[in-house]
Design a binder for this molecule. Structure first.
Ligand SMILES: [Zn+2]
Ligand SMILES: [Zn+2]
Length: 262
């Protein structure tokens, strides 16, 4: 399984304020920068998009991608989210004001997109993968995702305050080879991290104690403004599992391999 960490800025740079990842060129996890990055043929290869929650840094690139890849013929991109996330897409984005109501238009024209509800705590087949969504703790309903291709599985845990259930599920999973975990703020910004229900480097360190002992952890969703400080504090933890995910990089996860390679 290959997972590409999409950059958030067209000029590159550190940090990943917009959340989006592409699995094996066909499945997107979140859509923060999805329609802003890569060639049109690469965007058109994406058949399914799973959203963790409705925040703009996770969905901003969705209407852009849907518009970019539209081809007026049968078949279209499928977008998965929990009920709360799909409701927000309809009411807050595809509402005819912020963007055209492509959901309604898809009922009378060749479709732009198809919304599908993502159940929680129940594995579902999406684009050939088994995907399990587990609720985490954030200011709006948000899920972590486990994506399993049958030989390896990877967890994406973004936008959460301290949480437990996902770590119990990850701990029991026989094929987890990598965990992408957010660390949005440095130590000194604990107050704003708590208010926004994110992790700072101290809260991240506390989460690490709940994770499997030998599975690599890729740090994501680092705020660019504090990237140097956050990375310095993570290095100080001296935990061999920690890797700072590099925007633009593709990570490959193989059966029995302990560590992802470029
Ligand atoms: Zn969020
Ligand atoms: Zn976010």
């Amino acid at each position: 399984m290959r997972i590409r960490v999409l950059p958030s800025a067209l000029g590159g740079g550190v940090g990943q304020p917009l959340s989006s990842f592409v699995v094996d060129d066909c499945l997107a996890l979140d859509a923060g920068a999805l329609g802003l990055y890569g060639r049109i043929d690469e965007q058109a290869r994406i058949t399914d998009i799973i959203l963790t929650h409705s925040h703009i840094d996770h969905v901003a690139g969705l209407p852009v991608l849907v518009d970019n890849v539209y081809d007026p013929k049968p078949g279209c991109v499928r977008v998965y989210g929990t009920e709360a996330t799909l409701t927000s897409l309809q009411e807050d984005i595809f509402n005819g004001r912020l963007y055209p109501d492509m959901i309604a238009m898809s009922k009378r024209l060749p479709p732009f997109l198809e919304l599908r509800e993502l159940p929680v705590r129940k594995p579902v087949k999406i684009a050939g993968y088994t995907v399990t969504a587990i609720p985490v703790n954030h200011v709006v309903p948000t899920v972590a995702l486990i994506v399993d291709d049958g030989s390896v599985a990877v967890a994406l845990v973004t936008d959460t305050a301290p949480t437990d259930e996902i770590w119990e599920v990850v701990g029991r999973h026989p094929r987890i080879r990598g965990i992408f975990l957010e660390c949005s703020f440095p130590r000194e910004h604990l107050g704003v991290a708590k208010a926004a229900m994110h992790l700072n480097s101290d809260l991240f360190a506390a989460e690490l104690t709940k994770l499997p002992p030998r599975v690599p952890v890729y740090v994501i969703h680092i705020k660019p403004r504090f990237a140097d400080q956050i990375i310095h504090e993570l290095i100080e933890l001296r935990d061999k599992r920690i890797n700072v995910a590099v925007p633009g990089m593709t990570y490959t996860f193989r059966k029995k391999a302990e560590k992802a390679k470029k």
